[in-house]
Design a binder for this molecule. Structure first.
Ligand SMILES: *[C@@H]1O[C@H](CO)[C@@H](O)[C@H](O)[C@H]1NC(C)=O
Ligand SMILES: *[C@@H]1O[C@H](CO)[C@@H](O)[C@H](O)[C@H]1NC(C)=O
Ligand SMILES: *[C@@H]1O[C@H](CO)[C@@H](O)[C@H](O)[C@H]1NC(C)=O
Ligand SMILES: *[C@@H]1O[C@H](CO)[C@@H](O)[C@H](O)[C@H]1NC(C)=O
Ligand SMILES: CC(=O)N[C@H]1CO[C@H](CO)[C@@H](O)[C@@H]1O
Length: 414
């Protein structure tokens, strides 16, 4: 497939981080959004950040088909270490909560077929007050290599955001020099964008990181999710071109399956994250998740859009201020288009259908086979006047794949 992309001239020619990793957006599970800084295992034995939580999650990811669907990174966020370094300056996992040690946990994770991710903060403390990486970069990278981690989320609480422009590239060089291929997740632009400190230098960021957080933490609510989507739409001309194989904008975790989103809103997050070529990092208690939310996370046709090898981040192509309907579209390697119609109206009933034109959908005129990615069936598509009818629930989504008829045989009858 890469050869095919080269022929089409679609592989980005700019200088970018070349560690051979994250050629499609990373998929996995991460502790933070659901489990935060819970460390009291006596009071909250099932929720505390501990090897038990990671192991039961690994087991469940396998049993329920998440690993098979592509969720392969298992990532521990903040609060895994002791509050102090050892006498020789090393980070130590909390001795009660990770009593078998990190290498043993890594072995367990790897033995189940996962890749192992960890968190650190670019400062002298982490956001939650654990020892940070600053001045200990070499020692900590040595520990990470010894523990055989495959992914590192490096945060940047409590450091001057301007310093990040030199700090991250320097750390990236050290990580590279370690010789272990490690996906490098940066929070660098998030601190510059969120506080309006400067427009981040995304060229430099893409040379250093496999993915980068562009905004502050997501929260488990429609209001926050809706703001993230707005921000992406508003800043897409500046942000979207930086994405491609090995380099992704990261709007933060999927909050699907927790407390704040309706089923329709969960489908919006999954569809828009697919269009935005965003990392798919679940953060939920897999023993509690309701089946309908699990089905959203495991929707293979939507995941297929997210993981498309062309790696081209999609765009908001239509926005109607009155109806609050938006159309988001992503071009895929097989020359089809994934198109999400979302309604941000948060009251009332579904509108009567809207009939959208090719221009509104920013779709090349032509004949298409249309597949509904949530209903998982082909739909009778265009009306007699050549428009495409869509009816959307309030804060809901319809997600389609438009497959050009002339490529259909070539692509699908192989
Ligand atoms: C971190 O650095 C700041 C100053 O840069 C200092 O005030 C603080 O005490 C340090 N914290 C730790 C845990 O070393
Ligand atoms: C280090 O960087 C070089 C040059 O970009 C790259 O070829 C190599 O794969 C990198 N190694 C690791 C371990 O990231
Ligand atoms: C951004 O980074 C690139 C690559 O490191 C560099 O060549 C360029 O000068 C930087 N741009 C600005 C405005 O600093
Ligand atoms: C949309 O088109 C259909 C025919 O395909 C028509 O019956 C319907 O009235 C149109 N709806 C609107 C809102 O124009
Ligand atoms: C912007 C960012 O990366 N914030 C991180 C800061 O620290 C917490 C943990 O303390 C992370 O989970 C956040 O994602």
């Amino acid at each position: 497939m890469l050869m095919f992309l080269f022929l089409l001239g679609l592989v980005p020619t700019t200088l970018t981080l070349d560690n051979g990793l994250a050629l499609t957006p990373p998929m996995g599970w991460m502790t933070w959004q659901r489990f935060r800084r819970i460390t009291d295992c006596e009071k909250y034995p099932r929720d505390c950040i501990s090897e038990e939580l990671i192991k039961r999650t690994a087991d469940k990811l396998v049993e329920d088909g998440y690993l098979e669907a592509g969720y392969e990174y298992l990532i521990i966020d903040d609060c895994w270490s002791q509050k102090h370094r050892s006498s020789d300056g090393r980070l130590m996992p909390d001795r009660k909560r990770f009593k078998s040690g990190m290498k043993a946990l890594a072995d367990y994770i790897h033995s189940k077929g996962f890749k192992f991710g960890m968190y650190q903060n670019y400062s002298n403390v982490t956001c939650a007050g654990y020892p940070g990486i600053m001045d200990y970069e070499d020692i900590d990278i040595a520990s990470f290599v010894e523990w055989e981690i495959d992914y590192l989320k490096l945060d940047a609480c409590y450091i001057d955001p301007l310093k990040l422009d030199t700090a991250y590239p320097e750390f990236g060089r050290k990580l590279n020099a370690s010789g272990r291929p490690i996906v490098f997740s940066c929070s660098w632009p998030a601190y510059q964008e969120s506080y309006n400190i400067k427009k981040p230098n995304y060229t430099s960021i893409a040379e250093t990181c496999n993915l980068w957080r562009v905004l502050g933490d997501i929260e488990d609510s429609w209001a926050v999710l809706s703001n993230v989507i707005d921000w992406y739409g508003h800043n897409q001309d500046r942000i979207a071109p930086n994405a491609g194989p090995g380099q992704w904008n990261d709007p933060d975790m999927l909050v699907i399956g927790n407390f704040g989103l309706s089923l329709d809103q969960a489908r919006i997050q999954m569809a828009i994250w697919a269009i935005m070529a965003a990392p798919l990092l679940i953060s939920v208690d897999l023993d509690d998740i309701r089946p309908e939310f699990k089905e959203v996370l495991l929707n293979k046709e939507v995941i297929y859009v997210n993981q498309d090898v062309l790696g081209k981040q999609g765009l908001r192509v239509y926005k109607n201020r009155n109806s609050k309907v938006e159309i988001w579209s992503r071009e895929l390697a097989d020359r089809s288009y994934a198109v999400a119609f979302i309604s941000k109206k948060d009251y009332g009933a579904p509108y009567p259908e809207h009939n959208f034109t090719f221009t509104q959908m920013k779709l090349p005129e032509g004949k298409y086979k249309v597949r509904d990615l949530y209903l998982k069936e082909n739909v009778p598509s265009f009306g007699p006047d050549g428009t495409f009818p869509v009816r959307i629930n309030p804060t809901g989504v319809k997600f389609f794949k438009f497959i050009p008829k002339e490529t259909e045989n070539e692509v699908y009858n192989k």
